[in-house]
Structure formats: structure tokens, C-alpha cells
Ligand binder design. Sequence first.
Ligand code: GDP
Length: 585
Amino acid sequence: MATTIEIEDTITVGALAERLMIPVTKLITELMKNGVMATVNERIDFDTAQIMITELGLDVELKESAHESEAPKREKPKASAKATSRPPVVAVMGHVDHGKTTLLDAIRGSSVAAKEAGGITQHISAYQIEHNGRKITFLDTPGHEAFAAIREHGAQLTDIVILVVAADDGVKPQTVEAIRYAQNAGVKIIVAITKMDKEGVDDNRIKQQLSEHNLLVEEWGGDTVTQSLSAKTGKGINELLDMILLVADVEDLRADVDVPARGLIIEAHIEVGRGPVATALVEAGVLKPGQFIVSGSTYAKVRNLETDNHKPLNEAGPSTPVTITGFKTLPEFGDEFMVVNSEKAARTQAENVANMRQTSSNRGISSNELLRLINRSNELSELNLIVKADVQGSLTSVVDSLATLNTEEVAVRIVSTGIGSITDNDLRLSKTTGAKIYGFNVVAPSAIRQQAVRDRIELHLYSVIYELIDDVKSELEKLLLPKVVETDLGTLIIRGVFNTTKTNVICGGEVTIGKLAVPAFARVKRDKQQIMEVELTNLKRGPTDVKEVLNGEMCGLSIKTSERLDLQLGDRLEVFSREIQQRHL
Ligand code: GDP
């Protein structure tokens, strides 16, 4: 009997291969045979998927599922009848520079914004505050569009999204994107209209703009709650917090506490002396030090359980952001964690996941790498890179952003990725693969930098992600075949031929259209026929060399030819310039 799989109206090539349980290379090859040059992350539509299944002769019936949201939904653990009330988990989203960090700062009462390179929140973290004796958990969601990957995950963790819109700037592309994410993920939106302290701003204008994007505010008969505020003066922030608690009450957020603790890893990095350190959000149950947890292909005996500001915790219940140490290897951002009974259970489960991931490891190869493997004649120019970053979240963001630069002509080929400073190993790998090293928020010890200079290894370090992306983009642009641009200049009629050699003609003529300039090229035409393409090397007016001759003027000229050219009176020279232009992505 045929297996039935349900897909939405589109599905990524990678996801389809996974659902069909076939190697993604096989699917890509089949697509190519059918003239579809899709890469792993590209979406194909239902009909194409159907054709592929038939072509591959698979016994699978494809059904279109009810329209699903674009952001991958991850169900929060279902609460039972005994579940108790839990704090809301809130993320702040919005357009860059609209004041997300400043607002989160004002709420937390610290000063993170000033410390951040380029003013952009670099990776996700979380903290909890108390308002009116009740707790609220904030996810410090990154703002720049390069973090779209993280933001998608962010939306899944969240109960409420604070959509920040600056009163002086209004609804912008990333505001719209955030609205879409939140709506798709079924998350409640509270709009914070910020920067109300600025002169001449009008929050009604923003409400009007929001209504154009399906968010009709309460006072106009809709159900979108808004709060006008200033993160600078603090005015309106208490009201915003009240509103969060109100929305949380309406949503009746609950979680079970008498179940094995589980949640999500939202950040992970390695700290000297502490090993892998993960930030996680407990979603259900109560996590305690000494418990065994498994997360993806790694596990831990929870050594230190701490708050976001490193205060030790004896236990952490639902909606609590925690820092965990004790993992054997770095857990992955976005992976779930779960408490299990014993170390043995933790180890076995982690090993199973590791094995599973190994077998589907094709997913780790970049799409263009796959194309290259399948079709070696494919004339793809690749830029080999080694990418290092401080934490898993940033690394994912960098790698995801780099992947968006790929085209059919040029592509980034990531030879290796890693977390932590640049090492000897990276240099060695760079030498053997010719890869350039790009580090984000990491350091290179001076010995390493010196070695890199000696070995002529390109080593670039950044603290602002889009600068890294921009630089890689210009490197890729250098690999693009340059564009030849020809511009017509003018036409000349030959009125005299003075000297002809095998590769040169000295002649004279009259400019009848446009103007001539040197250096330039010309098509020599007799009647309608093109005889040869030549190069103009010199122009003379009387005895004087000139750079330019205008319409209606007579001139002498030297022509360079590839073979002997017997020019005749009345021949036409259509003169054009030829420029090599660097193309852009
Ligand atoms: P983000 O990119 O959304 O995190 O924006 P930031 O928090 O970094 O803020 C961008 C700029 O707007 C900074 O210069 C802030 O000082 C400024 N800003 C943020 N909130 C306010 C506000 O309420 N009033 C005024 N006047 N400026 C603000």
C-alpha cells in the first residue's frame, strides 16, 4: 500500500527528500533531469513534488495539507488539567534602530545597547523581571535581518511578541516581516509605539499604517493592543508591562510542573574553565542541578544551574531562562532538552540522535556543494571559507546569511565551521583548502595572526555581522565573470587612405554621426557588409594629436588591424568604446 505524505503547497527540496526518505542528492539530480535547478533550501511546489515522486517511481501518495504557516511551528508542551499558571515568554521584534534594545534595556534596567558592536543585538539571550510581584520572561531577540533564522526560532518560543515601531519612522519592511512571523506562529502581538518623546510624532499615523497590515487597534474596533511609550524617558513602560500581564491572563498560560523538565536550548557557547555553557528556557517541569538531560546528540549532568545573571538556582520551573553547564559537547541552538532518569539513558538517546544525524548528514552540505558533486561540469566558481563564531546562534546566523549569497554562478563553500577563537587547526585547513578564514565575535591570538601573515592566509575578523556578509559578497563579486559593455560613439566615412601595412592603416575621414574618441574600437563596413573589427589608436586634427573629434569634422586616424585591411574610400567606421565592468550580486 502506498504511503501517504502530506505537504503544504510548497516544500523545500531538503524537507521533501527527508519525508520521502531518499538522499537529497537523488532528488536534486532528478529535478535537474527535469530542468529544475533547485538547491536544498529552495522550495518546489506541490505539482513539481508530485512529478518527482512519479519520476522516481516511489510508492507514495502526496496529499496537500491545509495551509500551514510559513514559520515552522513547534508546539509548546500541552498542559494538563492540573497545570499551574506560568509567566509569559515575551520577544521584542521590529525594524532595525526602532529601539528594541533600548526598550529591553529600560525594562531590565541595565545597559546592553551601549555595549553592542554596531548597536545590533548579536545573539539571543533571555532574562526574567518582576512586575507587580509577577514574573515576565523576555527573550532578547536579535533585530537585524541577518538574524531571520534565529527570529524564526524565537517566534516559536514566544507567547507574546512586542512589536516595536518607532513613532518617527513608522511601519518598515522588518516590521511587516515581524508581523508575519508572529501571526504565522499564532503569537499574540502587543504593539509598542516607541520614541514618543520625539518632537512632532503622532501615534495615530502609526496606528493607521498598522491597519494596512491587518492589525486594527482596539480603539478603532480591532483587537490589537498598543502602548505608546518612550524608552528614553521611561514613560509608558509600566503600562506596557501591565498590558503584558493582562494579555498573559487572557491567554491563560499554564504548564505542568510534575513532569520531567523539558525546554529549548536558545544559546550555547564554550567558556574557558566551564566548557559548554547553554542558555535554555524551561517550558514544563522543574529542572534541578544533578539531573540528567539529553539535548539532540549531546547530554549533560546539570552541574551549574543559574539565572540569566549567573545566580545559582536550586530549581527552575516553567518559563524560566537558565544557564546550564555540564554538557559533554555543545548543544545546538533550537534543540529541545529533556530530563531523563539516568546517565545511561541520556547517553543512549544522545548517541541515537547522533547516528541519525550522521545518516542524514547531507543536510549539512551546502546546496551548491551538492550541485558541484552531482555535476562537475557545472561552471560554478566557489569561494572557500572557514567560519568561526563565538556561539552556536551567531554561527548559524552567519552561515545562513552566507548561503543567501549563492547564485548559480558563484557560491560560498564552507569548508569548516567552529566555535571559539582562530586556531592552528584553522590555519592548517586553510592552507590545504585555500579557504579564507572569517571570524565573527572571536579573536585570533597574535601568534596565529603572525603565522597567517607568514603563510599568506586571509584572516578576517568582525564584530558586526553584516560587515562580514558584505565583505564576503564583494569577494564573491570578484569571482563573477566581468561584463563587457560596448557603447556606440559615432560613425566616420573614409575620405583618404595614406598608408597600409599588415597591421596598420593611416587614413582620414569625416565624422558623420556622434563623435570619435580614442582609445576605441570600430566595425569597418562596406555597403552593409562588416569587413573587420579594428582598434583606433590615434586621432589627429591637422598635425595635432587629439582625444576627440566631433560630428561634421575631418580628421586623420591610425587603425590597428588583426590582418591586412585594404580600406577603400567611402568605407564606414562604426566606432564604439568597450569597457570591462565588474558585476554585482
Ligand atoms: P534596535 O536596533 O531596534 O535595537 O534599536 P536601538 O535600541 O539600538 O535604538 C536605536 C536608536 O534609537 C538609538 O540611538 C536609541 O538611543 C534611539 N532610541 C531608542 N528608543 C528611543 C526613545 O524612546 N526615544 C528616543 N528619542 N530615542 C530612542
